[in-house]
Design a protein. Structure first.
Lengths: 340, 271
């Protein structure tokens, strides 16, 4: 009698677990389906200037023109975190993303590969109107915003701080680093919750136009401005199964980059209208011009800069293991198409 | 007879502990089986117990710039919830008492609080951030609110449930208004009030983690956010476990106190 009653809970637990086990089997079946013979390609990017090639390619219809035979779906994300989550969940095939999330994702074993660059530099440090910050050293004791903890600009800021002999409050220093979405910085400045901020363009130029001051331009942020701020990543399984789709994407990518260098005015109009469509914000043409001047749109990726970036991320404590950069970065296809 | 009564509680206690241990073993075993064992999910989606344990060890005694912060994160979160909880319980107790004593207040504030209680705490966070800023005050606001509502409702309900005969008896024995509240109504309502305190704790703890996630003050919420930002699912799972353990531990403490009171009041027989 006692044995019977004692066994009951164990049986009950097993029956409770059974649906979970079944569901997990179904999930794996689903994720393996998407790998081969794709009927659609899902492209992710952010409404930032560092993602300008995607903005132009979407607005001008380059993706649909160059990727033939499959449906092109584009989706905009607010940060590398959400885009990287979508990659992990298998909801995005190709995406533009900052080097930080790309390195972290690869280090955690996500099947991704960097197949092209999108932009370099394009991040600035801005001080709030009325706060006296002349150099990076003056950030001592100030509240500084970053788009999100552990992202590309956060890592850059930590490199700036350590070069200026400063530390974040969490590491026993005086600088308070808090994550604030670039779109919310203007409000945070108004209520004096932030003293300074490091943001990707066009947010820097927008804040500057509102009377806030540039403390450090894109060149002083890191490596004289020669650092990647967005790269193109692809799901390796998807790329192996659909090389033509990836090629089509890269052709559209190059076409957009060429438009920026050949007819910058047309490119600006295109970027401006796509930004308006996605964020409902009208960016002043002069602001956009300034922002573009501080961002270098390019299809090249400097592997050395990526490695140094990985080292910075390790130094900041956001990354413990680094991926193998030689397999992570594969620029053979884009170079074959005439890219850099 | 005496040996039987003294043995039974200890035996059930040790048996519970044994079941707890076996249950835990089974959960970790199944977890290991579906992750590291059968590799049903890739490790960047659902890591195994070993990876999560690695995060625990980094968080407890790692030496990297972001390591060794687990205890201080727990401490920061606990400090915030303790302050907010005490504050919320204080105001909630007072408001609840007034609600029980004065009907118009009960009909207005009381019913509004019922409605407010059904709003998930996370829904208040954006408002709190706009109103108080992206700082600790915003977190505290939500915690205080979430602790305040259940306590106010519990105190008001518990005092109203005190049998009218006891009030009459108190009055007959010469109790003034203050003495009636302090020496008759509140002591009589204590068991139900403590249940409210327990609900308030779990509400406050949940509200805290949600608010910390959005405002990113140093604490467990921030740990979750960093894990998310750096694709470190193991850190996310480790933090979820900590949140559960800490929340459960405090719930256990309040529950033990509640049980003690209920036995003292003769509402429960000693197990």
């Amino acid at each position: 009698m006692t044995r019977l009653t004692n066994r009951a809970p164990a049986i009950r637990l097993l029956t409770m677990l059974a649906p979970t086990l079944l569901a997990s089997g179904a999930l794996t079946a689903l994720s393996s389906v998407s790998a081969q013979g794709a009927t659609s390609v899902r492209i992710g990017f952010f409404p930032n200037l560092t993602h300008a090639p995607a903005l132009i390619a979407v607005e001008k219809g380059y993706y649909t023109a160059q990727i033939k035979g499959v449906k092109v779906e584009t989706k905009d994300f607010v940060s590398g975190t959400t885009l990287s989550e979508a990659f992990a969940a298998g909801a995005i095939d190709i995406g533009l993303i900052g080097p930080g999330p790309a390195i972290n994702a690869a280090a955690k074993g996500m099947p991704i590969q960097i197949i092209a660059g999108a932009s370099e530099a394009g991040a600035v440090v801005i001080a709030r109107k009325g706060v006296s910050i002349a150099t990076y050293k003056d950030l001592a004791g100030k509240k500084v915003g970053v788009p999100s903890l552990g992202n590309t600009q956060d890592i850059s800021l930590r490199a700036i701080l350590s070069a200026s002999g400063l530390k974040s409050q969490a590491d026993g220093g005086t600088v308070t680093i808090s994550p604030v979405a670039p779109a919310d910085v203007a409000a945070a400045f108004l209520s004096k919750q932030l003293d300074a901020v490091i943001v990707p363009e066009p947010w820097g130029a927008i804040l500057e136009a509102q009377g806030n001051k540039v403390v450090g331009d894109e060149k002083t942020v890191w490596r004289g401005g020669k650092y990647p701020s967005a790269v193109v990543i692809v799901n390796t399984k998807f790329a192996q199964a659909n090389p033509e789709i990836v090629k089509g994407f890269l052709r559209a990518h190059l076409q957009a980059i060429n438009l920026i260098s050949k007819s910058p005015l047309a490119a600006q109009t295109s970027i401006s209208s796509e930004l308006y469509k996605l964020t409902n914000q009208k960016v002043d043409p002069r602001v956009l011009q300034l922002a573009l001047k501080r961002t270098r749109i390019t299809s090249s990726v400097d592997p050395e800069a990526m490695k140094e970036y990985g080292a910075l991320s390790v130094a900041a404590g956001y990354t413990r293991e680094l991926p193998d950069f030689t397999t992570l970065i594969d620029l053979s296809v884009i170079k074959g198409l005439g890219g850099k | 007879m005496t040996t039987a009564t003294s043995l039974t509680p200890r035996r059930t206690w040790s048996r519970t502990l044994l079941w707890q241990f076996l249950g835990l073993l089974l959960i970790v075993g199944v977890w290991w089986l579906v992750t590291d064992g059968l590799k049903i999910w890739p490790k960047y989606v659902f890591p195994g117990p070993k990876a999560v344990w690695t995060e625990f060890s980094y968080g407890l005694w790692g030496s990297g710039p972001q390591d060794g912060k687990l205890l201080s994160s727990v401490g920061n979160s606990l400090r915030r919830v303790a302050l907010g909880y005490l504050f919320g319980v204080g105001i909630g107790g007072l408001v609840g008492l007034f609600m029980s004593l004065w009907r118009p207040l009960r009909d207005t504030v009381g019913s509004y609080l019922q409605g407010l209680q059904s709003v998930p705490s996370i829904a208040f966070v954006p408002f709190a951030i706009l109103f108080l800023g992206l700082n600790e005050k915003a977190v505290m606001f939500v915690v205080v609110l979430e602790a305040f509502i259940p306590v106010a409702l519990a105190v008001s309900g518990a005092v109203l449930n005190v049998p009218p005969a006891w009030r009459t008896a108190g009055r007959t024995l010469g109790a003034s208004n203050a003495a009636l509240v302090m020496r008759v109504l509140l002591p009589a309502a204590l068991p139900n009030i403590v249940t409210g305190l327990r609900t308030a704790w779990s509400f406050a703890w949940r509200a805290l983690i949600g608010a910390e996630l959005l405002t990113s003050n140093p604490g467990l919420g921030r740990l979750l956010e960093v894990g998310r930002n750096t694709s470190n699912v193991a850190l996310v799972i480790a933090t979820i476990i900590i949140v559960g353990v800490v929340g459960g531990l405090f719930d256990l403490i309040i529950r033990a106190w509640e049980g003690h009171i209920r036995r003292d009041y003769g509402l429960e027989v000693a197990a």
